[in-house]
Design a protein around this ligand. Sequence first.
Ligand SMILES: [Zn+2]
Length: 235
Amino acid sequence: MGQPPNSSAIWAIGAFGIGGWVRASRWWVPARQFVYGRSALGRPEVLAAADWAATYSGGTRVVPIQERLDSAAAIERLGDGVDIVVCAIDSPPNVELMVNEACFALDVPFVHGGLNYSTLVHWSVDPGRAPCRRCLELHRDDEQLTLPTVLRQDPFIATPPVNPATGPIVQLLCGLMSVEIVRYLTGIEPPVAAATYRMIELADGLATATAPWHHHPDCPLCAKVADRVPAEVAG
Ligand SMILES: [Zn+2]
């Protein structure tokens, strides 16, 4: 699932020779992408993706779905039968939690990646086998309660966001996501981004950082599959 800024993920995923994927997006190919070429401008992005995959590899098939995904049920419906979900969308605001919930129902992992102004970030969730995105949200809620009121409010003056990223540097993120996907699909090594924010800060000399999160005892999703949760994770 993705929208134009992350359409370059298709290169990174396609290069591994994955046999097929369902690609959902409601967007059209914009001028600022560099993946599909000028002739694709204004086309539905999912159709451009399907055509690109067909020219790249006869063994890869893309099922294009042009629709807005606005519920866990919709994501679960599209994900029926898949081995993994890749999440590269940033709206609606709670989309990460919706994908998280859907992947528990599907019992498949998901890899998320995005650009937050100057920070490239990716992480993954292996439902029931590692702390999930809802666990992180619950920890954030707990943390909020410890903050003074003034820090819980929106800032009075919001500085305009500056996005210093270019298409090729976002490709770096997509490459990292694709390797995480291969870790899940092949088991060649354990995932490195499960329940762990992995960040590259473009505005700070490409500094890298990781920030793991932990299981939350009140997470209703993890509680439902407690038999899957390894003891070291459940603690
Ligand atoms: Zn959880």
